[in-house]
Design a protein. Sequence first.
Length: 222
Amino acid sequence: MRDIPASPFAFPLTTEAVALIVIDMQRDFAEPGGFGASLGNDVSRITKIVPDVARLIEGFRLAGLPVIHTMECHRPDLSDLPPAKRDRGNPTLRIGDQGPMGRILIAGEPGTAILPELAPLEGEVVIEKPGKGAFYATPLGEILKEKAIRQLVFAGVTTEVCVQTTMREANDRGYECLLADEATESYFPEFKAAAIAMITAQGGIVGWVARVDDILEGLAHG
Ligand code: TIU
């Protein structure tokens, strides 16, 4: 175990029991014509974190530690898409509609893929999830138990939606959760800041936040 600098206090990084979970770094959230853009968001904010997510992934791979990827997506027949999710708001394209990168947020479509710079390696776990949280309706919990994982380092998008939801699910299940500051982003800078404040307030009620360099240093010396 090695303490690494973090907020609200040092994180006890335990290399025997930690995994990286990269949330939804998909073209649909990062490129024009995808789901994020269809909701009216400026998606250029998301691509800016790709180098920091990439070096965090590389650090876990070099240390021989698990990297788990998630993808928000639905079956082509939409049987796992509740109307409450599909019909929400007034997007230019709804989940399942044909967009410039294929059907929006549908498994197997080009736009649903993880960004090529962050593509999973053969053998890495990829969780397809129909919800915002990665534990809901997925095998993630069983996979983490099998691997005896007790700590999760989080990267990905968006900080206050799928990342925070999954951190809260994980925290309730007993995992120690650490968010990598520069490796997560929101379409709204003020929401990223608020999510981090909520996560770390009250003595780390949901978890910790740390800088990518400090996490990598901890892995290298763990
Ligand atoms: N819209 C938004 O901020 N996020 C999502 O819909 N999904 C994820 O965060 N992955």
